[in-house]
Design a protein around this ligand. Structure first.
Ligand code: UT7
Length: 323
């Protein structure tokens, strides 16, 4: 089946590295050389994830030439939904008037979108659904510790969406692969707010409702895992790295993207990068990149594209698509 429409949405407010120099002990030079990020978008307090998600989804439906009532399933990858429950997908379903669709969230951190894509693909392959909306959305600015320079410079808010449908045409999503390793949860987590550490004065005072990351460890695991799942998924699709027209990696750090591309022998001209403008938007990162690549002509009909991601859990995944 094919991706028949893409859409994305980012909040208007831009937070630059220079702005961050006023907030924590950092510099534009450090952030640029260590991460490649120059600025990120921040959602205003009255705009939760469901609004970003609905805006991206509306654009994806427009691109597909479909209405909300055409959808059978809505999957939203997010770790910053409007509430713990009900799901953000249900709120999106209501806003889109997608009255025939069932809707649920997927929690896989930065792999949320590719996990959702795989779930949506399986639903179509099994006959459970004809038309699926997959969204990746985050308002990470709400769970960032704005006094921690190790993390607050990295993240941003955004949403991206795709519509999946079986068209009968050749190509489409050729293969997806998903992986997890729950033994390393502590390297990237939001410790409190769930049943382990319910909200209390103490958890708020200790800033346990924010992102805690051991950046260096995550970096090493990310490069290794992204290389291996990229190769595994290409093999499942019967293709090689040299066959790819575009490589769309998770946008967390330019050095991770560069190291992964080198290991795969991918020239940087074939690698899509937009993290300089958005930072790490977790599950929104790949569908936002995909939509920008599609709309700017970097992805043309017939192109072979691979998306690869890595995130908290750990979770990692890839998908190979012939457009
Ligand atoms: O999306 C999920 C996956 N997440 C990721 O992929 C993130 C992976 N990790 C990374 O991208 C990188 O590890 C970071 C960008 C987070 C950090 O880069 P690093 O090269 O691993 O730096 P580091 O953590 O080893 O820190 C080096 C130094 C430290 O100072 P000392 O201890 O050497 O004196 C930090 O305190 O840089 C310092 N530092 C900063 N300095 C200025 C850390 N953050 C900052 C900052 N500004 N914002």
């Amino acid at each position: 089946m094919h991706i028949i429409g893409t859409g994305s949405y980012t909040p208007d407010r831009v937070l630059t590295n220079r702005d961050l120099e006023q907030i924590v002990d950092t510099s534009d030079e450090w952030i640029t050389t260590r991460t490649g990020i120059k600025e990120r978008r921040i959602s205003d307090p009255s705009t939760p994830s469901s609004v970003l998600a609905t805006n991206a989804a509306t654009r994806a439906l427009e691109a597909a030439g479909l209405a909300g009532t055409d959808l059978d399933q809505i999957v939203v990858g997010t770790v910053t939904g409007d509430r713990t429950f009900p799901s953000t997908a249900c709120i999106v379903q209501d806003r889109l008037g997608a009255t025939r669709a069932h809707a649920f969230d997927v929690s896989a951190a930065c792999a949320g979108f590719l996990y959702g894509l795989s779930v949506g693909r399986s639903a179509i392959l099994s006959g459970m659904a004809d038309t699926v909306l997959v969204v990746g959305v985050e308002t990470l600015s709400r769970i960032v510790n704005w006094t921690d320079r190790n993390t607050c410079v990295l993240f941003g808010d955004a949403a991206g969406a795709v519509v999946l449908r079986s068209t009968g045409a050749p190509g489409g999503i050729l293969a997806t692969r998903l992986h997890s390793d729950g033994s390393l949860v502590h390297l990237l987590e939001m410790p409190a707010g769930g049943s382990l550490l319910p909200p209390s004065h103490e958890t708020v005072e200790r800033r346990l409702h924010t992102i805690h990351m051991s950046g260096n460890d995550v970096f090493k695991h990310a490069v290794r895992a992204m290389e291996s799942v990229a190769l595994e998924t290409l093999e499942a699709a019967g293709r090689k790295p040299a066959d790819l027209d575009l490589f769309v990696p998770h946008q967390a750090n330019y050095r991770i993207i560069d190291a992964t591309a080198r290991r795969l022998g991918m020239p940087m001209e074939k690698v899509f990068v937009n993290l300089d403008r958005y930072g790490n938007t977790s599950s929104a990162s790949i569908p936002l990149a995909l939509d920008e690549a599609r709309r700017s002509g970097r992805i043309r009909n017939g192109d072979l594209v691979e998306m690869v991601t890595f995130g908290g859990g750990f979770t990692w995944a890839a998908a190979v698509v012939e457009w």
